[in-house]
Design a protein around this ligand. Structure first.
Ligand SMILES: Cc1ncc(COP(=O)(O)O)c(C=O)c1O
Length: 414
């Protein structure tokens, strides 16, 4: 946190414009992921779902750590390939176009998540035509009521993702037709939910996946090389306890079901949990006003930069950073010990980031530092609505800059 504040002070001294910036703590991400990997059981592998934050420097930091990356479009695939031509890639997402299927093959994607029977049939034709071999995992939407309940669920209910488990037989028949010479079944993919905060329930869900796969192996005579159990490890944006990674990995390590997997590999492809805690969105207060007895603080920024609070309807956690610049010949506006609603600069009442929160002191010119802004914040936002300038992007890494390529956006702090 000290390096974040140091950086904001530095930026503040360099410009007279209000601060509006994303700051990614690359060192924080590196150490968090190293810790995650240190407790993962032997036959499990960690991929990073770049949809949570596809920033090139984050991909670069993760490259030597993770097994590979999960992508859901050509744009994402290109971002990964810009950083590495060879790192393993999982390619998922509904509604893949022919050019995506073709690129998946030409860019040597390790596993393609087949999301429908039609996709599988098209892939077989395109693979034969291009003489490229490709491995597929069938993405399955389970028929079950026993998945953990979270605010985003993609499976265990009618959904556009993957194929219902009743279609597995048909998918396998398509793959086994003699016309199929280049598409190879390797296993199953499940991503049923996002933001599950309960480690025990996550392990139960994985047990459920393993049990199902065991049944299908016998039913259809399958050799299953990979079970991809998706992402979905949660991050708490309020006072509730976050996902307990150490508990999760210790339950997995002691799990008989996981141990009985033999040479089947278990993949995870989280996004949020990898990066959320190591991103900050800093936005300066540009106005404070009263309306019908309620106080509003308007920031330089808003939901066009950080749409997560509006998308989830939650109050995004923040702290206030007091800055001492005030150049006008009149009194600096300030509220003390008051409830304030933090809003953005857009012409829509939906542009709210935190509703009615008690602040000890807040002045125009102070900075609101939104924490937990590393995942699904900038990347899911409608950046150009109203045409305000985009935020700046800064990166924190450890050590000094000697011998490293330094640019004005990367700050080295020890
Ligand atoms: C297929 C797939 N895998 C992985 C993820 C990452 O999920 P999370 O960020 O919840 O870990 C997503 C998110 O939507 C996804 O759709």
């Amino acid at each position: 946190m000290n390096s974040i504040k140091k950086l904001i002070n530095e930026v503040h001294n360099q410009t007279k414009d209000p601060i509006c910036a994303y700051i990614y703590d690359l060192e924080g991400i590196r150490s968090h992921v190293s810790n995650m990997l240190s407790t993962l059981p032997r036959q499990t592998h960690l991929f990073y779902a770049i949809k949570a934050n596809p920033d090139k420097r984050i991909i670069e930091v993760l490259l030597p750590l993770v097994k590979g990356f999960e992508v859901a479009s050509i744009g994402e695939l290109n971002k990964v390939r810009e950083v590495s031509k060879t790192v393993p890639v999982l390619f998922g997402g509904p509604g893949k176009k022919d050019y995506e299927l073709e690129s998946a093959m030409s860019e040597n994607v390790s596993y393609l998540h087949a999301e429908s029977l039609l996709e599988l049939k098209k892939l077989i034709v395109l693979a034969k035509k291009s003489k490229k071999h490709i491995h597929v995992l069938l993405r399955i939407n389970l028929r079950t009521n026993s998945l953990p309940k979270t605010n985003i669920s993609m499976g265990g209910r009618p959904s556009q993702f993957g194929m219902d488990e009743e279609l597995i037989g048909e998918a396998l028949s398509i793959l086994r037709e003699k016309e199929n010479t280049h598409v190879h079944f390797k296993g199953f993919h499940f991503h049923s939910l996002s933001n599950n905060l309960k480690a025990e329930l996550h392990v139960e869900m994985i047990h459920h996946y393993i049990q199902k796969v065991e049944r299908w192996k016998h039913q259809y005579g399958l050799d299953v090389k990979v079970i991809n159990a998706g992402g979905g490890f949660g991050v708490s944006y309020n006072e509730t306890t976050g996902f307990d990674w150490n508990l999760f990995t210790s339950l997995l390590s002691n799990s008989e079901k996981v141990q009985s997997l033999g040479d089947t590999e278990l993949f995870f492809e989280p996004g949020r949990f990898v990066v959320a805690d190591h991103g900050y969105y800093a936005a300066e207060v540009v106005d404070i006003k009263m309306s019908v007895g309620q106080c509003f603080a308007v920031i330089r920024g808003g939901t066009h930069h950080n749409r997560l609070p509006a998308s989830w309807g939650h109050n995004h956690p923040f702290s206030v950073m007091h800055l001492e610049r005030w150049s006008y010949p009149f009194q600096r506006p300030e509220v003390k010990d008051s409830n304030v609603t933090i809003v953005g600069e857009l012409c829509t009442p939906k542009d709210r980031l935190h509703e009615n929160v008690m602040v000890k002191s807040l002045r125009v010119g102070d900075v609101i530092l939104f924490k937990k802004s590393g995942a699904y914040c900038w990347t899911i936002s409608h950046h150009d609505f109203l045409g305000h300038p985009h935020p700046e992007f800064y990166y924190i890494t450890e050590g000094d800059c000697h011998g490293k390529s330094n640019d004005s956006k990367t700050k080295y702090y020890s």
